[in-house]
Design a binder for this molecule. Structure first.
Ligand SMILES: *[C@@H]1O[C@H](CO)[C@@H](O)[C@H](O)[C@H]1NC(C)=O
Ligand SMILES: *[C@@H]1O[C@H](CO)[C@@H](O)[C@H](O)[C@H]1NC(C)=O
Ligand SMILES: *[C@@H]1O[C@H](CO)[C@@H](O)[C@H](O)[C@H]1NC(C)=O
Ligand SMILES: *[C@@H]1O[C@H](CO)[C@@H](O)[C@H](O)[C@H]1NC(C)=O
Ligand SMILES: *[C@@H]1O[C@H](CO)[C@@H](O)[C@H](O)[C@H]1NC(C)=O
Ligand SMILES: *[C@@H]1O[C@H](CO)[C@@H](O)[C@H](O)[C@H]1NC(C)=O
Ligand SMILES: *[C@@H]1O[C@H](CO)[C@@H](O)[C@H](O)[C@H]1NC(C)=O
Ligand SMILES: *[C@@H]1O[C@H](CO)[C@@H](O)[C@H](O)[C@H]1NC(C)=O
Ligand SMILES: *[C@@H]1O[C@H](CO)[C@@H](O)[C@H](O)[C@H]1NC(C)=O
Ligand SMILES: *[C@@H]1O[C@H](CO)[C@@H](O)[C@H](O)[C@H]1NC(C)=O
Length: 461
């Protein structure tokens, strides 16, 4: 707003026009022509029912202004360095002429209706570091030739119908940081080389048809932060050293056919916050937590064949938000310190944040992990966005089944809204914005009083 009052603001766009039009004549070169032709070729070979690419016109020279096109004009020649046509309703095969955009560093074709095979011409994009073809209808194999893209850092191919094996050669792209291949029909085994990529942080191969064992070499990666191999047909044991990475935070091996015992080393990690091993064929007992101040928040071991008791040390997990052990053959009692509950004692060690997230889960009936990890919006954000006027939309219907007057009942006003508020204030991203434990306790006490008054007055059935 303030900028509106800056002197001669109208000159600024004008200046930009001058700069562009003055540099244009200098800019025409063979490579520039090739980029322009490649873009026009791309457009001519796909279907664009919404006219999203109407600015891509053969009568317009300055392709750097075309929708979704970004240029590098720091040099004397204009080159396309990024193309982003995500969510533009485009369909058809990805045209091979895309391979002529030889300076491109970022290509985002995600969330369209592209079909057919991934063109092997992508190998010619030597500068590419970001490639996102997720959420399309691509088929066939992941081309071996992608390994020529030696600068590739992010490869996103999730939500397609890709088949065949994950090419071993992909692990020659030594700068890979994210390999996101979930929700496809990929087969064969996991390339062992993923464990030796020095910068690989995120490996998500979930919901495919991968077979064989988890390569022990995966444990030699020191860069892993997020590993999701869930929803495949993996067999064999969980390699003991999988948690060797000093940065691994999330390990999800859910819904495979993994056998053997849970390696105790997993429970001795000082970085793992999320361990999902549910729906496998794991045997033996639950190892004790040996790490000092283990940061585990989520631990799911349900639907395995685990035996023995529940180790008392599980109660030492001060950050624990959710634990699920059901459908095993466990015996004995549940350690006292594990028993959370509405109105139950808040562990003095349990921090306010975990309590806030737990309360949000109870109130909404959702888990923070219901959405995909990298969706961005946390449970806190979603509840916060709805608070207070649309709060009925996000509360667990079971909480509301007696509330027929659209969120204006006394129960809503005196109990639910204040509870949601407490939950939100406990789960603020920054610790200094969170309520103190004493305050939480005071708030909960008065909410409980209000609740008791309502119920004794027969207002809550
Ligand atoms: C632009 O494309 C149209 C149809 O695709 C063609 O008829 C016309 O000759 C082209 N014009 C130029 C300047 O290339
Ligand atoms: C622009 O191009 C030059 C030469 O191709 C390259 O060195 C530079 O890194 C590029 N700049 C950007 C922002 O990509
Ligand atoms: C592409 O554009 C969309 C918005 O249309 C944006 O959400 C996305 O982050 C962009 N992709 C890249 C790689 O910048
Ligand atoms: C395409 O246009 C239709 C109708 O105007 C609209 O509903 C749809 O959201 C558009 N899709 C995209 C991807 O822009
Ligand atoms: C790439 O550009 C060259 C030279 O401009 C052209 O001959 C060739 O047909 C183009 N390739 C594709 C696949 O369009
Ligand atoms: C790829 O694009 C999809 C949809 O636009 C987006 O949700 C996802 O985060 C992107 N993947 C990566 C790795 O950037
Ligand atoms: C991704 O695919 C799954 C099924 O494979 C589907 O349930 C989900 O809605 C898809 N996501 C998007 C954003 O298309
Ligand atoms: C994991 O760490 C252990 C102990 O530090 C070491 O002996 C082992 O070789 C490592 N395993 C791998 C696969 O790197
Ligand atoms: C747990 O890891 C530490 C090093 O991080 C090691 O010293 C200790 O022996 C390990 N304990 C068990 C029981 O594996
Ligand atoms: C819990 O942690 C304390 C302090 O680190 C330790 O003394 C105690 O043995 C642990 N309890 C269990 C059951 O591991």
């Amino acid at each position: 707003m303030i900028r509106l009052f800056a002197p001669c603001p109208k000159f600024i766009p004008l200046l930009a026009v001058f700069i562009v039009s003055c540099s244009l004549p200098l800019a025409i070169s063979d490579d520039t022509d090739t980029d322009r032709e490649a873009l026009l070729c791309f457009k001519s070979q796909i279907s664009d029912p919404n006219g999203s690419l109407s600015s891509w016109s053969n009568t317009s020279q300055n392709f750097c202004n075309w929708q979704g096109v970004s240029c590098n004009n720091t040099q004397t020649q204009l080159r396309v360095i990024a193309l982003n046509v995500s969510s533009k309703g485009l369909s058809g095969s990805i045209p091979p002429c895309i391979g002529n955009l030889s300076s491109i560093a970022s290509l985002d074709l995600s969330r369209n209706a592209f079909l057919g095979k991934i063109p092997s011409e992508l190998r010619r994009l030597r500068q590419i570091s970001y490639l996102n073809l997720s959420i399309n209808s691509l088929e066939g194999r992941i081309p071996d030739e992608l390994s020529s893209c030696s600068n590739l850092k992010v490869l996103g191919l999730s939500n397609n119908s890709l088949q065949g094996e994950i090419p071993q050669s992909l692990t020659q792209c030594t700068h890979l940081q994210q390999v996101i291949l979930y929700n496809n029909k990929l087969e064969g085994s996991i390339p062992t080389g993923f464990g030796t990529l020095p910068e690989l942080k995120t490996l998500d191969l979930s919901n495919n048809a991968l077979r064989g064992g988890i390569p022990p070499l995966l444990g030699s990666s020191s860069s892993f932060v997020y590993v999701d191999l869930g929803g495949n047909q993996l067999t064999g044991g969980i390699p003991e050293f999988l948690a060797n990475s000093s940065s691994l935070q999330v390990l999800r091996l859910t819904q495979n056919s993994l056998t053997g015992e849970i390696p105790p080393a997993l429970f001795n990690s000082s970085t793992l916050t999320t361990i999902y091993l549910d729906r496998n064929k794991l045997v033996g007992s639950i190892p004790p937590i040996t790490a000092i101040a283990a940061p585990i928040q989520y631990l799911t071991l349900e639907q395995n064949k685990l035996t023995g008791g529940i180790p008392a040390s599980l109660g030492n997990l001060s950050s624990l938000v959710h634990v699920s052990l059901k459908a095993n053959n466990l015996v004995g009692s549940i350690p006292k310190s594990l028993k959370y509950g509405m109105g139950g004692q808040i562990s003095t060690k349990g921090d306010v944040y975990s309590y806030g997230v737990l309360l949000l889960e109870i109130l909404t009936g959702k888990r923070p992990t219901d959405e995909k990890f990298n969706d961005g919006l946390s449970l806190h954000d979603r509840v916060d966005a709805a608070f207070p006027h649309r709060v009925t939309e996000i509360l667990d219907p079971n909480m509301l089944h007696n509330d027929l007057d659209g969120g204006n009942s006394e129960l809503m006003q005196s109990c639910l809204l204040p509870l949601v508020k407490v939950a939100l204030m406990c789960s603020m991203a920054s610790p200094k914005d969170r309520l103190g434990m004493a305050q939480v306790s005071t708030e909960l006490h008065s909410i409980k009083q209000a609740f008791l008054e309502l119920s004794s007055g027969g207002k809550v059935v």
